[in-house]
Design a protein around this ligand. Structure first.
Ligand SMILES: [Zn+2]
Length: 130
């Protein structure tokens, strides 16, 4: 499915960002999706949950919608639009260029740095006393 390969690419991007932070774990991934990005949010979320479940701890998805805006090639105004009717709200022209709303953006990652002392204490507990 289309959304699954998008989420796979998203996690590749996440891994690229976290490569320089080997002790960090990803707590959450914030993504913005536009209405013209050709993504079904429900399926995207489902794909994310399935691929996120393979990771420990399981990262959380924060999904937000990017507003759809168009730049008018007639009057130059940038206005909001709806996917069914791309036109300028200022002058009504249909000669417009999509400004935002046709993309998927990885906005931010929340990383956690587990304390190394926690693991040291854990190891001590499992050792038999001399
Ligand atoms: Zn216009």
């Amino acid at each position: 499915m289309h959304e699954f390969s998008l989420v796979e690419a998203l996690f590749e991007e996440v891994d690229r960002w976290t490569r320089d932070h080997p002790t960090a774990v990803v707590e959450s991934v914030r993504v913005r999706v536009g209405p013209l990005a050709n993504v079904e949010p429900t399926i995207f979320r489902l794909a994310f949950e399935q691929l996120a479940a393979l990771r420990t701890p399981t990262p959380r998805l924060e999904l937000e919608e990017e507003p759809l805006t168009v730049a008018c090639l007639n009057c130059g105004q940038v206005t909001e639009a709806v996917p069914q009717r791309l036109h300028c709200r200022q002058c009504g022209a249909t000669d417009v260029r999509v400004q935002t709303g046709d993309r998927i953006l990885l906005l931010s990652l929340t990383l956690l740095y587990p304390k190394s002392s926690f693991f040291v204490e854990d190891t001590r507990c499992e050792k038999p006393s001399p």
